[in-house]
Design a protein around this ligand. Sequence first.
Ligand SMILES: [Zn+2]
Length: 255
Amino acid sequence: MTSQLRIIQNCKFPRFVMLPNSSLQLHAFCDASMTAYGACACIRSYSQGLTTSRLHCSKSNVAPLKTLTIPMLELSAALLLAELENCAYPGVDKGKGVEELDGGTRLLIKSIQQVHFTEELKALIASETLPARSKLLSLHPLLDADGLLRVGGSLQNSNVAYDAKHPIFLPKCHPITKAIKPFYFEKFLHAGPQATASLRQKYWPVGGPKLVASVVSKCVRCFRTKPKLAEYVMGDLPTDRVQPNPAFHTTGIDF
Ligand SMILES: [Zn+2]
């Protein structure tokens, strides 16, 4: 590490980042490791046949002491990147940003599905029936326009959103699935397992309910603030109700 410090002397970042009267593009990158994560934004400017790409800004953080998984750290890096993009390009069309982020998410999930639901995808693309041992069989999976595997279900005629009608399948133990759940748990302000399970409005983790419950039961804040229900001691029941007698020996009426 120290031997590489000398290289810094040769590093130069011109302060003039764009060509005059040029068209601009913002290219941003982020990455994470177990020790740190960071993001940078470069400006690519193009004018009269000349193109330059210059570093515009960058930011890095050391990873928190609490051990996080790489996907969690990568999400942190993505968040840092979004902040950086906002600073670098305040005028950027937010709608487009969201669109691009959605596209990225779809691409990521698609590649995960290709690894974890290979057989199902193969069968659906070939319009064949799913293998009998498939866990998705009862959910009548379908392929959407982007090639994502979604729950088929029976809500075809309801007027809820497409995502809610056909949530996207996620494999049970994938780090992304594990990262999405705490995200929704925080988003719903630490609601119980049932409310957190409403992340199924968009995603369908295979074998979900149990996993959601595990997120909730592991939360220290929820455990601390959990109210204790009052328990009442039952009084003694009257003699007539606890001693055997012929039918209709004792009768009563409630007004
Ligand atoms: Zn909680």
